[in-house]
Design a protein around this ligand. Sequence first.
Ligand code: F6P
Length: 775
Amino acid sequence: MRWPTSFLASLPIIGGDSSLSRFPVWRNPTVRMFVRYASAALVATVLIVLALAPYASALVEQWSRNDVELRSRLVFNSIRHSFSELLAANDKAGIEDLFARVANDDRVLGLGFCVDPGVLRFQTKLMPSTFSCKKAARSETASFSSITDDGTHLIAASFPIAVRNAKGHLVILHDLSFATKRSAEARTFLTAALVGIVLVSTLLAALAVLAVVRRWLIGLRESLSSAAQGQNIEEMTSRLGPIGEELRLALRKMDLNRVASVDTERTEWTAETIREVMNGELANAQVIVVSNREPYIHNHEADGIKLQIPASGLVSALEPVTRACGGTWIAHGSGSADQEMADSEGRIRVPPDNPGYTLRRVWISEHEQEGYYYSLANEGLWPLCHIAFVRPTFRAADWDTYRAINERFAKAVVDEATTDSPIVLVQDYHFALLPRMVRARLPKATIITFWHIPWPNSETFSIFPWKEEIVQGLLGSSIVGFHTQFHCNNFIETADRFIESRIDREHASITLSGRETFIRPYPISIEWPPAALGAQKPVAECRSAVRERLGIPAETHLAVGIERFDYTKGILDRMLAIDALLTAHPEWKGRFVFVQAAAPTRSKLPAYAALQAEAQRLAAEINDRHGINGVAPVHLVIRHHDPAEVFELFRAADVCIVSSLHDGMNLVAKEFVASRDDEQGVLALSTFAGASRELSEALMVNPYDPHSMGVAIERALTMPAAEQRERMRLMRDLIRNRNVYRWAGQMLLDASRLRKKQHVLEIAALHQNGGKRRS
Ligand code: F6P
């Protein structure tokens, strides 16, 4: 039989309540729950009764039959003696009298005496006429048989009797119809009793359940509203007993999902957003930044102590973020007046004009600086990772110093930590061993290490003599970040090849000794709008000021290159491109100047000294070859430039050339774009800089091919203003959205996510331990 679906849907227990919802009382969820519960219990009862009733009847009938059999035996035993005597005396009248007295009992229908071969010799008067001795079982012992007489259910009990002159069976007939009646009564009673018990217990259970559910609902409501308001849910949920524990876990998971669902693409990232993340997601979390380069350097100069902001992409990215987070920045105190300006622990509040965080300076001797910074970091890891055709050099003693300095900074992190689970943001290749060292001392810390330079493929990295230690050191981090997915992949391959670990490619994680480290791309960027832009004059004024200062005619086209004097930046290659351009297009001679602002860096190292000498020689050669009317095409300015000067140069330029041979990201490219609020200027960008993955509207150049790079520079110099604007707008939009606050924000949100996950696991472990203790 098929039930109409509308009927099924209308059954409250099945869930259909559309027809009932017109009754106001049905809209009450508690009533609905109770009715559903009660109707389900009723249906269950009916089914139970239907299932049990046949058994109950059979049982009652069996009882009744046993009863009758027992009664038959009693009757027989009570008359046996008298009957035997009367039978022996063949006293027919006495026997009929005896039978009649026994048959007075309501349930005894009749008595008879059967002799072989089944002849009824004596009987009571009301013996059913249809009875015959052949219907009753007769044997050597007492036997009982069921007989139906005219629809009436009878039991014939026959007992063997033998006297001198006679032998036969005394038959006692009982009416069993009372058993049928009894079984019907039993069924009715059973049904009534079961329905009654079920209804009463349902009612009591429902009331108890409702009371508990009501308490849970109130607690749930309060906990949810506390969680929504960011309040502590511990106390609230603890009042709810075991369900409270479950609720707490669920709320934490929800919270994790909430963090995960922050749309970093759509959020407008500013210093304020970082502060919100710190006050919300990471309230009470301490942030400790570790880098080699410090954000503020105090130097003795002829006219007193001077403050210098170093030419470092790392510093320009992290400084505004640290200002927003507060906390502590641990770095090498490299300035000649640094000790004087800091307290006895090396601490100083910065920025000096508006302190927002603590700079903790760590002291490193000249000798240690040689081994750790110049040699291992910058003669070993730097050329190794950049693959810029400068042979890396490795010395065991330098490695020892590198390890010792990592230890010193790790100790400083522990000293500065005010909680057992700070967020430690480790920067760059100077501190590959530090994450593991910090992890050993602060197991609950969230350590995010950002590797600012490229990570080469595993084959190239295999050159590094202590590769296993470096990779293991980095895997002390909770997250290791790179600028690009490509570098993440290279790192995972390197770990896969050189250390015993478990790689999970789906989640991009590496598990070493039971600890999981996530490998993530975080493309670094710059502050938006850049602080240095604030004090800038209009572009036209910058153009004339710079040209005047450099002594070049007002209408001259200007290309700039601004960076540390590093062989990875392709400074020689871009000069060769300019040579190629002026050779192919002599009409640009006297009308085009290239200014290379190069901040001296790591000059002690032979590769850097050689680069500087070669750049000076090449510039002179090009100027000799292409200089005309007193206009030298290449201006090499080797000195440190303040951010304001850098931005003025950017704004004065028609073209900015970033021709890195290999670069993690390259923030100069992004700063140039950010400086051009007039939406003019062209960026010529190396395809080997990480920035080329994002700034695809730049003119891409191959620094290894001076000819094609010369062609690109010429194209940049002649690009129509409208096209410049289109390209510049798109790039500015991208940097505005993907600024350094987003870079840091993504890392902080990931840190928050990991911390919450860790918290959940801790609670779950407590649960488990508690459970084990209880069991
Ligand atoms: O590119 C890696 C990096 O650490 C940059 O972040 C920074 O611009 C540069 O190297 C700093 O070099 P140094 O601190 O050695 O002058």
